[in-house]
Design a binder for this molecule. Structure first.
Ligand code: TXA
Ligand code: MG
Length: 319
């Protein structure tokens, strides 16, 4: 198992010598490597069992580093970066020739963000290269929001997990691309679309397309527990329909009593969707271990971070 540590210098040394390390961000933990080290990047794809056509996000220490990897940056992209970085916003921008095709899976755009986590910002500032980092989970499974989640997923595949505690946001970054100067939402995430639209005006949306996913985070089945999972807006009816099974129940605010429900969690007793988003993946990890035959998840309100939560629940429940 990788060693869980808070020693930034140790992790930096490993990354400098071409190693891979798990790092904390405010959204989820990432599996990081030097974007210019072909061996490190190949190791990330191998360890994650990620298809090579699925590109990686480049993590920068600050906005000033942006033009080392991107060019022809739309004015609106810069405005968003200035407003939301460091933070859970990833921008798709025309890539500089110096960014290896291995990072972008041959695409002309590069995905970039400045993560908002004090340890990882220190780490990035201490390195002479940016870090590519997909979420630190095997392809298709639930993303990790703690060092322990990462440790459970991987054996001796890499040496260190930088322990930054539990992720404050708990859902991946929101991904925005540009059609000229028109912003396009590629992935719902921890930054609410309403907050982006307050600056940009209405966003266009990319809808899922399994054959040619523009952003493979859009794959229909993703973020999935091993236990069969279904999503519902009518908890009482759905629990009744599966009453012959052992049910684990995931709700927004309130418990629901039923003899077939052997385990349950509420994401946000306070009714705040930010609380629910931060709690989602840890709850899904626990639900998956509860010994239930089926997980029934309640659909969240359709606004703010409820959009990102429902997006993940839909992909978790897709057969
Ligand atoms: O919050 C996050 O974004 C986390 C933390 C670690 O930063 N990272 C993350 O990475 O979620 P990953 O690899 O699990 O998801 C990145 C998504 C993938 O769906 C990928 O296809 C998409 O970003 N992506 C990356 N580069 C792209 C590009 N040039 N064009 C379109 N989609 C891209
Ligand atoms: Mg991921």
């Amino acid at each position: 198992m990788p060693m869980i540590t808070r020693d930034i210098a140790l992790v930096a040394e490993s990354l400098r010598s071409g190693g891979v390390a798990a790092i904390p961000t405010e959204t989820v933990y990432g599996l990081a490597g030097n974007i210019y080290d072909a061996g490190a990047i190949a190791a990330i794809y191998r360890i994650k069992q990620r298809p090579s056509h699925n590109p990686l996000i480049v993590h920068l220490p600050n906005l000033a580093a942006l033009d080392t990897v991107a060019k022809d940056i739309p004015a609106l992209a810069l405005a968003l970066a200035e407003r939301f970085w460091p933070g859970p916003l990833t921008l798709l921008l025309p890539k500089k020739d110096t960014v290896p095709d291995q990072i972008t899976a041959g695409k002309p755009t590069v995905a970039v963000r400045v993560p908002n986590h004090p340890l990882t910002l220190q780490l990035l500032a201490s390195l002479p290269f940016p870090l590519a980092a997909p979420s630190a989970n095997p392809f298709g499974s639930i993303s990790p929001t703690s060092a322990a989640h990462v440790a459970e997923y991987f054996g001796d595949d890499f040496a260190y997990i930088l322990d930054g505690g539990e992720c404050r946001k708990g859902i991946e970054s929101t991904i925005i691309g540009f059609n000229g100067n028109q912003p396009v939402l590629y992935r719902w995430g921890s930054l609410a679309a309403e907050d982006i639209e307050a600056i940009t005006g209405p966003l266009q949306h990319i809808t899922h397309n399994e054959k040619a996913p523009e952003a493979p985070g859009m794959l229909l089945r993703h973020y999935a527990p091993d236990t069969q999972t279904i999503l519902t807006s009518t908890v009482a009816e759905t629990v009744a329909a599966y009453a012959d099974r052992k049910i684990a129940l995931l709700r927004f605010r309130e418990p629901y009593r039923h003899s077939s429900v052997i385990y349950q969690e509420q994401l946000a007793p306070d009714g705040d969707l930010n609380t629910a988003a931060a709690a989602l993946y840890a709850a899904m990890h626990r639900m998956d271990k509860a010994g239930a035959d089926i997980i029934i998840a309640e659909r969240m309100p359709d606004h703010g971070l409820g959009m990102a939560i429902n997006d993940r629940l839909e992909r978790a429940t897709h057969a």
